[in-house]
Design a protein around this ligand. Structure first.
Ligand code: BTN
Length: 235
């Protein structure tokens, strides 16, 4: 597990893409300052020196659908131990504290494997999120009133992500399901062409979300749709 710290970079995911030949399975890069952090669905990820941006390279032995779930459960578990408050996952891979977003994950495929990009809000205060119009965001500081050792956290997360990626998939799905706030909720499903309400009933063996609509039960996958809670961000 080679680690690379960068004082600043455009995006840690992009850095791995540019230097892919030098990255082996489990190697990671991290920074506290990204100038062009990327979020899911083409959005930008706010990185104002108060967060942690970590990208881990993994080779291609894994199932693309379950990589985001394995990563989210690993980060959730490390953060929960540290923060000592219950944390949940909004399918497929947002980590929530008190129903607000604490961490986002962007998994991208490369020709040899995956890049798992993890953005964690560490020391932002409420005003930082108000300024950038992110009412559903929170940070470790806001939830615990504590400053944490980001280096130590980075090491623990990188290790746990690799561990989870090697876990038996059925066990991983069970663990994920246990901690997923989306299940049992009425949700709004948003795809490029349509938006509709449904009831989230479970996670299938490939990591897809099983939903009950007015007319049928089906599975949606994370590359194709995003979901919102009806009453708040996660539920
Ligand atoms: C999301 O919730 O939209 C996903 C956010 C992912 C942000 C992380 S920060 C580290 C890595 N580098 C990036 O440019 N994006 C991911």
């Amino acid at each position: 597990m080679k680690k690379t710290y960068l004082e600043t970079v455009d995006s840690t995911n992009e850095y791995i893409k540019r230097n892919a030949d030098t990255f082996c399975d489990g190697d990671y890069v991290y920074t506290f300052s990204q100038s062009a952090g990327k979020g899911r669905r083409g959005r930008q990820w706010e990185s104002n020196k108060k967060g942690l941006a970590l990208s881990i390279f993994v080779n291609d032995k894994r199932n693309a659908q379950t990589v985001p779930l394995a990563s989210a459960e690993a980060v959730r578990c490390v953060l929960e131990k540290h923060m000592k408050i219950p944390l949940k996952i909004k399918w497929p891979n947002d980590i929530l504290a008190n129903n607000k977003k604490l961490c986002g994950i962007l998994c991208e495929g490369t020709k040899d494997g995956y890049i798992i990009g993890i953005g964690i809000n560490i020391s932002q205060e409420k005003a930082d999120f108000v300024e950038v119009n992110l009412p559903y965001a929170t940070s470790i500081l806001m939830e615990t009133e504590k400053i944490i050792d980001r280096e130590k956290l980075t090491r623990k997360i990188a290790k746990e992500v690799v561990k989870n990626l090697n876990m038996k998939e059925s066990k991983l799905i069970d663990k994920f399901t246990e901690n997923c706030i989306t299940i049992g909720q009425k949700i709004k499903v948003i795809s490029v062409n349509e938006e509709y309400e449904a009831f989230a009933v479970g996670i299938d063996k490939n990591g897809g979300l099983k939903i009950q609509t007015e007319t049928d039960i089906k599975t949606v996958i994370s590359g194709e749709v995003s979901v919102r809670g009806i009453y708040g961000y996660g539920e």
